[in-house]
Design a protein around this ligand. Structure first.
Ligand SMILES: *[C@@H]1O[C@H](CO)[C@@H](O)[C@H](O)[C@H]1NC(C)=O
Ligand SMILES: *[C@@H]1O[C@H](CO)[C@@H](O)[C@H](O)[C@H]1NC(C)=O
Ligand SMILES: *[C@@H]1O[C@H](CO)[C@@H](O)[C@H](O)[C@H]1NC(C)=O
Ligand SMILES: *[C@@H]1O[C@H](CO)[C@@H](O)[C@H](O)[C@H]1NC(C)=O
Ligand SMILES: *[C@@H]1O[C@H](CO)[C@@H](O)[C@H](O)[C@H]1NC(C)=O
Ligand SMILES: *[C@@H]1O[C@H](CO)[C@@H](O)[C@H](O)[C@H]1NC(C)=O
Ligand SMILES: CC(=O)N[C@H]1CO[C@H](CO)[C@@H](O)[C@@H]1O
Length: 342
C-alpha cells in the first residue's frame, strides 16, 4: 500500500456532493477522531467533519492529510450553508490499489483522475452527469500503468473513459457508457513531452447514444507522440453518432492550425467484433496523419447499420491501409479494399 495519501474503500458506497472551491480554516479529519493507520475506519470522523462544515455559514475546507486512511462508507450530502472543499480526495500516485463500489454524481469537471498510478483496479463504479455538462469526463487516466476499469456504468457530458499520455497497459471491460463522448484515447499531441500510450484493451463494452464510440484522437500540431498496441474487441453500439474513429485532425473550437498534420504515430490498432447501430451515415472514420500514417491497423468483424434518412452508411479513410479479417458490413475504406484485392 502506498505511503502517500490513500483512501481504501472496502465494500463502500460513497456519494460526493457539493464539492466546490472555498477558503477558510481547514477541518482536519484527525481532530474528529480519524486515525491514519490504514486499518481504522474514518467514516464517522469524516461524517462529523462534513456536518461541521455543512453547518458553517462560511465556505470551508475538509482536509484528509497525507497518510493511509481506511474508509468503509460515507454519504456526504447537502444542502449545506456554504461551499465545501474536500481536500486530498484524489486518486493520484497510488500503487496496488482497488477503488470499488463508488457512485459519483455531478462532479465539477473530471469525476476521477487516475494520475501516476500503478496496478490499480476500478470496479463497480456508477458515474453520472448530464449529457450536456462540459468536460465531465468519467474516468481520465494519465501517466499510469496497469489500470483495470471494469463492471461500471458511466454517463457524462464528455468521454466516459479517456486515456491521456503515458497510459500503459490499461484494460477496460464490461463498461456501459452513455450519454457521453464514448471511450477515447487522447487527445494526444497537444502538449510537449507527452509519453506514449502503450497497451490498451477495451473489451465487452456497450455504448448507448454517445457522440463517438471507440476513438483515438490527436491534434494537428508539431508535438510528437505515439499510441500503440490498442485493441477494441466485442463492442456493442446503440445509436452512436460515430461508432469507430481514428481522428488525427482533432481540433475542437479551432484551437489549432489545421494545416499542420499530427505528429502522433498511431500503430497496431485493432477493431474486432463491433456491432450495432450508428446514428449518422458516416459510421467509420479512420483519418490518420499525412506525416505519420497509421500502421498495423487491423479490422475484423464489423456489423453496423444506419437507419436514418441521410443516405447509405459510409466510411471515410485517409493515410491508412488496414488489414482486413472476417466480415465487414459496411465495407470499410472501400478503395483500400479494392486496391488490396486486385
Ligand atoms: C509506486 O511504484 C513506483 C514504481 O514501482 C515507485 O517508483 C513509487 O515510489 C511507488 N509509490 C509509492 C507511493 O509507493
Ligand atoms: C496489484 O495490486 C493488488 C491489490 O490490489 C495486489 O494484490 C497485487 O499483488 C498487485 N500486483 C502486483 C504485480 O504487484
Ligand atoms: C487487469 O485485466 C487484465 C486483462 O483482463 C488481466 O489480465 C489482469 O490480471 C488484470 N489485473 C488486475 C490487477 O486485476
Ligand atoms: C459483458 O458486460 C456486461 C455488462 O455490460 C456483463 O453483464 C456481462 O457479464 C459481460 N460479459 C462477459 C462475458 O464478461
Ligand atoms: C439517437 O441519437 C441521436 C443523436 O445523438 C438522437 O438525436 C436521437 O434521439 C437518438 N435516438 C434514440 C432512439 O435514442
Ligand atoms: C444506397 O445503396 C443502394 C443499394 O446499394 C443504392 O441503390 C442507392 O443508390 C444508394 N443510395 C445513395 C444515396 O447512395
Ligand atoms: C492538506 C494536505 O495534506 N494537502 C495535500 C493533499 O494532497 C496533495 C497531493 O498529495 C498534497 O500536495 C497536499 O499537500
Amino acid at each position: 500500500m502506498s505511503t502517500t495519501f490513500c483512501i481504501t474503500l472496502f465494500s463502500s458506497w460513497l456519494l460526493l456532493a457539493s464539492i466546490v472551491g472555498a477558503q477558510s480554516r481547514p477541518l482536519d479529519v484527525r481532530s474528529f477522531g480519524a486515525k491514519g493507520d490504514g486499518v481504522s475506519d474514518i467514516s464517522q470522523a469524516l461524517l462529523s467533519a462534513w456536518k461541521a462544515a455543512c453547518n458553517s455559514p462560511k465556505p470551508s475546507t475538509i482536509v484528509i492529510p497525507r497518510g493511509t486512511f481506511g474508509l468503509l462508507q460515507a454519504t456526504l450530502e447537502g444542502p449545506c450553508k456554504a461551499p465545501i472543499e474536500l481536500q486530498n480526495f484524489s486518486f493520484n500516485f497510488l500503487n496496488n490499489s482497488i477503488i470499488s463500489g463508488i457512485a459519483s454524481l455531478n462532479s465539477k469537471l473530471f469525476h476521477m483522475n487516475i494520475l501516476g498510478c500503478n496496478n490499480v483496479t476500478l470496479s463497480r463504479l456508477t458515474i453520472t452527469a448530464p449529457g450536456t455538462s462540459l468536460n465531465t469526463d468519467g474516468i481520465h487516466v494519465g501517466r499510469s500503468s496497469g489500470v483495470n476499469i471494469t463492471d461500471s456504468t458511466i454517463g457524462t457530458g464528455d468521454d466516459c473513459v479517456s486515456l491521456g499520455d503515458g497510459s500503459k497497459q490499461v484494460s477496460i471491460t464490461n463498461v456501459v457508457c452513455g450519454p457521453g463522448h464514448g471511450i477515447s484515447i487522447g487527445s494526444l499531441g497537444r502538449y510537449k513531452n507527452e509519453e506514449p500510450v502503450v497497451g490498451v484493451f477495451v473489451r465487452n463494452c456497450t455504448l448507448i447514444n454517445t457522440l463517438t464510440g471507440v476513438r483515438v484522437k490527436s491534434w494537428p500540431s508539431a508535438t510528437t507522440g505515439a499510441a500503440t498496441d490498442v485493441h477494441f474487441d466485442d463492442i456493442t453500439m446503440r445509436n452512436v453518432t460515430s461508432p469507430i474513429v481514428i481522428d488525427q485532425e482533432y481540433c475542437p473550437n479551432n484551437q489549432c492550425t489545421l494545416g499542420a498534420p499530427s505528429r502522433v504515430k498511431i500503430s497496431k490498432v485493432s477493431f474486432n467484433n463491433i456491432r450495432g447501430t450508428s446514428a449518422s451515415a458516416l459510421a467509420v472514420k479512420l483519418v490518420c496523419s499525412k506525416t505519420f500514417p497509421c500502421e498495423g491497423v487491423e479490422i475484423g468483424d464489423i456489423d453496423l447499420a444506419y437507419h436514418g434518412s441521410l443516405g447509405n452508411i459510409t466510411t471515410n479513410c485517409a493515410n491508412v491501409q488496414p488489414t482486413f479479417m472476417g466480415r465487414q458490413n459496411p465495407p470499410i475504406c472501400a478503395k483500400n479494399n479494392a486496391a488490396q484485392s486486385s
